[in-house]
Design a protein around this ligand. Structure first.
Ligand code: FE2
Length: 565
């Protein structure tokens, strides 16, 4: 029986028996309906594993459209996939106030152990999920999958499906843009009708209200790849901007106007839906938007998940506001504003927490899981001003050839050197727009002399940066994951595959601290930490236009320890 046929069948039974789903208001207030007939259409998920705990999640869609009270479902956690050895069992209530989602924080578990879980509501049973607690000691390896920027109308979430085929993830990190807020006709929706990913009629505008945000999560959770990956491994998530709206900062957002209502009311709705639909354990409770928190993988790795968006970020600077009518840059004012010591991405409390946490940690590796690129992505200033003037196709190639010549040791004229050396950051929404705070963090990292790795999302492309302070001293490594589906540099610059590959090679020459980039493929990143080094592999899919796909190559980097701790 299909799930919709099963639903019709159950509805028919409820209608003829007068049924448990109907109760008086008094009964509804005093005790839940038993049993509750539900459908588990959005799969299961787990997240925020600790050494002795993990969050389990599902949504129990009521089959009665207007249930008058809370629903009760039961859950089971077992040591085996056949549920012969059940470790914990319990029940949980949910209702409209939390969009019929349910989260259980199961405690008292064994470290470094795989568990299987499922939910039961009335006669329905959820799919089975696998999860894993964090290791406590003697850890030789930690393997993480890293994702960001999954945009439903842009394509199928094949990158999630590809990762779900592996069964050895310790955890999946999602660095944000788990959903996008735009309506039909908005960003990255061009192909949606054609490929069968149109936004549904009841949720095809820009999302603003709690109901809008909830429906958007429900839509995304119908994707088979996303359901498969949630069922395969615990997620550790942070949001980026699009879980609220584009280019969010602590007091507003680029994609929010006064006509759309109060920004903080919208933010509260977005945060509520996020907490309802994702398997996260918010450290300050489900009313508080503070999500920065740490996870300990034995003595091998401490993971610090940061919020560079919502809790502390000052408003972004706009490069265009420093250009005069002819497109010339007011370099002095721009440099002064960029160097402002008060501009912050993390906010004071989070920055102090991070510095203290890094100082106190005794783990072999420190991993910062965060949203925006930390590495210096500085480009020759004439490339930026030319871009704002409408572009010059030959300029990029010319500057790349000049840089290549300088790297080969050829002597350049002072004018040629100046063209390469006069640089500006190209993305002021990233750490580059908050350079003084980054330098302060780098100073701290350098003084600690630890093995620090940063992961980032947000850009939709793959990057590997050396993180170097103002003296050129390497303080860490940064690996950035490509998007699951959102369009990258190849789309903005209208590049075919060959041109995108050539530009990627050229960018790695032009940008001093950049070691590798991929500007045209969708996928994810695999990180394996060991005692003696780290292995990073970017995995790509061959298309996002169909649910049928194949792996389309990968790129691997092995890096030894930065410091001998
Ligand atoms: Fe994104």
């Amino acid at each position: 029986m299909t799930s919709s046929a099963r639903r019709r069948f159950l509805k028919a039974i409820l209608a003829t028996t007068g049924s448990v789903a109907v109760s008086t208001p008094l009964q509804a207030m005093t005790r839940p309906q038993l049993p509750s007939e539900v459908a588990f259409d959005y799969g299961v998920a787990s997240g925020d594993p600790l050494q002795d705990a993990v969050i389990l999640w599902t949504r129990a869609t009521p089959l009665d459209n207007n249930p008058s009270g809370p629903l009760k479902i039961t859950w089971e956690l077992a040591a085996d996939a056949e549920f012969r050895r059940i470790v914990r069992r319990g029940s949980v209530e949910t209702d409209l106030a939390r969009d019929y989602t349910a989260k259980i924080d199961v405690r008292g578990l064994e470290p470094d152990t795989s568990y299987y879980y499922r939910f039961i509501g009335g006669s329905a049973q959820s799919p089975i999920g696998r999860t894993k607690t964090l290791p406590a000691e003697g850890v030789e390896q930690v393997k993480l999958a890293v994702f960001s920027c999954s945009n439903y109308p842009a394509g199928y979430f094949n990158a999630y499906q590809l990762a779900a085929r592996a069964d050895d993830w310790d955890a999946v990190l999602h660095l944000g843009d788990y959903i996008y807020e735009y309506g039909a006709g908005g960003y990255a929706t061009e192909k949606s009708e054609q490929i069968g990913r149109a936004l549904p009629a009841d949720n095809n505008g820009e999302i603003l209200s709690l109901t809008d945000y909830r429906k958007r999560y429900a839509l995304y959770r119908t994707d088979a790849g996303l359901q498969a990956l949630h069922a395969a491994a615990p997620f550790i998530v942070v949001w980026d901007d699009h879980e609220i709206t584009n280019d969010t900062w602590k007091g507003g957002a680029e994609n929010h106007s006064a006509e759309e209502g109060d920004f903080f009311a919208r933010r509260a709705a977005a945060v509520q839906a996020y907490y309802e639909w994702l398997p996260i354990r918010p450290p300050m409770g489900e009313r508080n938007p503070q999500i920065y928190r740490s996870f300990r993988f034995g003595d091998l790795l401490d993971l610090h998940m940061l919020d560079t968006r919502v809790i502390g970020r000052d408003q972004q600077l706009q490069f265009s506001s420093y250009l005069d009518e002819s497109g010339n840059l007011d370099a002095e004012t721009f440099a002064a504003d960029m160097a402002s010591p008060t501009r912050t991405l993390l906010g004071k409390s989070q920055r102090e927490w991070l510095q203290q946490t890094l100082s106190e940690s005794g783990a072999h590796w420190q991993l910062l899981g965060q949203q925006v690129l930390m590495g210096k992505m500085h480009l020759p200033v004439e490339l930026m001003t030319s871009f704002y003037r409408g572009g010059n196709e030959n300029l990029t190639g010319e500057l790349i050839r000049l840089k290549a010549a300088s790297l080969r040791g050829e002597s350049l004229t002072p004018a040629q050197l100046a063209r390469l050396q006069r640089q500006v950051p190209y993305n002021l929404d990233a750490w580059d727009g908050y350079a003084a705070e980054r330098e302060e963090l780098y100073r701290h990292m350098r003084a600690l002399n630890k093995n620090i790795v940063v992961v980032a999302g947000d850009t939709h492309n793959a990057w590997f940066n050396h993180l170097k302070d103002g003296d050129g001293h390497m303080v860490g490594l940064e690996f950035a994951t490509p998007s699951v589906t959102s369009p990258g540099m190849e789309t903005y610059l209208k590049l075919d595959e060959q041109a995108a590959r050539e530009l990627a090679d050229g960018m790695s020459l032009l940008v001093d601290d950049l070691q590798y980039c991929n500007l045209h493929q969708r996928g994810y990143m695999s990180l394996t930490f060991r005692r003696d080094g780290i292995e990073v592999e970017w995995k790509y899919v061959d298309n996002i236009d169909s649910i049928e796909f194949a792996e389309a190559g990968s790129h691997k980097v092995n890096h030894s320890l930065l410091q001998n701790t």
